[in-house]
Design a protein around this ligand. Structure first.
Ligand code: ADP
Ligand code: MG
Length: 252
């Protein structure tokens, strides 16, 4: 085997697959004196590093557990004129994460709360910040299970460390007092340490009822709202827009 083939084997063994795939091009460029050796090696190693970074990002995105991968580009702002587009797009800059602020999306089903929370979460994950998305009821299950295994403190510690925690669908099901207490502990631990995004269909005035206790509800809201952006979406459901459009056509 000649050294060229041995080199390809070495790149394969070292898993430098981007370099292996591109080295022929670069050898030609060097032979044609269109690139010097230092630039060629530098660019080849950059290709490898870019691929490693992309892999890391994809891994964080998988870990985060988003329900779907939708971004700001997929969001039709003209459908939801109650939103201040500039304010929403600024979340892409992740300034709120730097400042450890929270975001609360409030609105009825289908208005885009989970979509926007996911778009922000994806941006956060792409920026190498730990991100975790969880449905409120699943979170309660996780906390209760940890509690029954005497591991609630560990679980709360883990959940507190995420740079961004997204708790989706707060308010769709009633929350019992044990769960309310555990959610308070989590929000209290994260308060001023890391950012949390909440999506909810329940106005804050109904949170006492939701958590089965006004004092706990107020304590949770107090922490969540202190440094926060409250985004109320008052428009129509995107899920049923076509159905409703069709039925209004047949009526008209
Ligand atoms: P919810 O407010 O109930 O969390 P979602 O964010 O899950 O609603 O939105 C429901 C569906 O409609 C999703 O597939 C989402 O991507 C889509 N959707 C909602 N609002 C918009 C919008 N303004 N532009 C594009 N797609 C949207
Ligand atoms: Mg939702």
């Amino acid at each position: 085997m000649n050294n060229y083939n041995k080199l390809l084997n070495n790149l394969e063994t070292l898993k430098l697959l981007k370099i292996r795939d591109n080295i022929d091009n670069y050898i030609d460029l060097i032979n044609n004196k269109r690139k010097d050796i230092i630039d060629a090696l530098y660019e080849l190693t950059n290709l490898e590093i870019d691929m490693l970074n992309e892999k890391r990002i994809q891994h964080s995105i998988q870990f985060a557990g988003f329900p779907y991968q939708k971004t700001f580009k997929d969001f039709d702002f003209t459908f939801q004129p109650s939103l201040n587009k500039e304010e929403i797009l600024d979340f892409k800059n992740l300034r709120f994460v730097e400042k450890k602020e929270n975001i609360l999306f409030v609105g009825s089903p289908g208005v885009g709360k989970t979509h926007l929370a996911t778009a922000i979460g994806l941006e956060n994950a792409r920026n190498n910040h730990s991100t975790y998305f969880i449905n409120c009821n699943d979170l309660i299950e996780v906390l209760k299970k940890a509690h029954s295994h005497n591991r609630l403190d560990d679980k709360l510690k883990t959940l507190t460390k995420y740079r961004l925690l997204i708790i989706d669908e707060v308010g769709y099901l009633p929350i019992d007092i044990e769960a309310s207490n555990m959610l308070f502990q989590l929000i209290n631990k994260r308060y001023e340490k890391n950012s949390t995004i909440i999506t909810t269909n329940k106005p804050f005035s109904k949170w006492g009822e939701l958590f089965g206790d006004n004092t706990i509800a107020n304590a949770i809201l107090d922490r969540l709202l202190h440094h926060s952006h409250v985004i109320s979406i008052t428009g129509r459901s995107y899920r049923t827009k076509d159905i409703l459009a069709d039925s209004s056509k047949s009526e008209g």
